[in-house]
Design a protein around this ligand. Structure first.
Ligand code: PAF
Length: 288
């Protein structure tokens, strides 16, 4: 039997900074993938992308309390540190940063980043607290890791645009790289929350990407946005227990689009519920 691979791990920003400083002194570039753990192949694809672009890669695992509302799943969010560490070691990640809450939000922490622009609407309508929590923790983690590049998944497309916005607005010295969504064989986007799905809900969940793909295809074939969207919303309403949104937005800004034929690169996005599990997905649609 092969010996288990061991991944170095640090839990404080000071230990992290010391290792990153050693890497810098050796002339290595640094890549970073922030996560909340419960890792799956989608996260590993982000790590592999970071490894292609940087000499050394740090992955953080931190279940960020400020991006969960009191009624959300912070307490039951899956925590699988040992399994995560083994997956990261096998992928070739160089360092795990797994801080405690006090390392991210020490006593006296008094800053919250509020983002407008791409943070408005969509996820924010259902989860108004969410992007300020994400923006604040991402800025803090980027400040602690100080990477050259950081990789964020397109699965959370609005989050990716919000992160690009704060990096631009706060002039943070890091390049944000988008990682493609990894899917199951039926197209369901991988997500740490998929493990909550009961078998019947798992079958429901597999329909989301089909509805979005059909919507994107219809738009690319020249169908007017208003009609294509109405059809997709009806389908989603028939399949899922609740539909938070099905939308088509400008791919760069997430601004609303006119109801006619697609005239610019767009993104189709949806959030639905299968049982009590909230699923999000998105894909691109280009004008024909
Ligand atoms: O996408 C996630 O897992 C989280 O929102 C992130 C970016 C790690 C911030 O907590």
């Amino acid at each position: 039997m092969l010996p288990a691979l061991h991944l170095p791990a640090v839990h404080t920003a000071d230990s992290l900074a010391a290792i990153v400083a050693d890497w810098r002194a050796s002339g290595y570039s640094v890549g970073f993938v922030p996560t909340m753990g419960a890792l799956h192949e989608g996260h590993i694809a982000l790590v592999l992308k970071a490894l292609e672009l940087a000499d050394r890669v740090v992955v953080s695992i931190f279940v960020n309390p400020t991006q969960f509302a009191p009624n959300e799943d912070l307490d039951r969010y899956p925590r699988t540190l040992e399994a995560d560490s083994a997956l990261l070691a096998a992928a070739g990640c160089h360092l795990l940063y797994a801080p405690e809450v006090e390392e991210i939000y020490p006593d006296g922490f008094a800053t919250t980043i509020e983002v407008a622009g791409p943070a408005l609407g969509l996820e924010s309508d259902a989860r108004p607290h969410f992007f300020s929590g994400v923006a604040t923790v991402v800025a803090r983690l980027l400040g602690q890791v100080r990477p050259d590049i950081a990789v964020f998944g397109e699965k959370d497309y609005q989050q990716l645009l919000v992160v690009r916005q704060i990096v631009a607005d706060l002039a943070l010295p890091v390049k944000i790289i988008a990682g493609e969504t990894v899917r199951e064989t039926d197209g369901l986007a991988l997500s740490s929350r998929n493990r909550y799905l009961a078998p019947q809900e798992r079958m429901q969940a597999g329909r989301l990407n089909v509805i979005l793909r059909d919507l994107a295809n219809a738009l690319e074939d020249g169908e007017p946005l208003g009609a294509a969207l109405a059809h997709a919303r009806t389908l989603a309403g028939n399949v899922f227990d609740a539909v938070d949104y099905v939308e088509v937005r400008d791919a760069l800004t997430l601004a609303a689009l006119p109801a006619g034929r697609l005239d610019r690169p767009a993104r189709v996005l949806a959030a639905v519920r299968a049982g009590s599990t909230r699923l999000i997905d998105n894909m691109s649609a280009k004008p024909g």
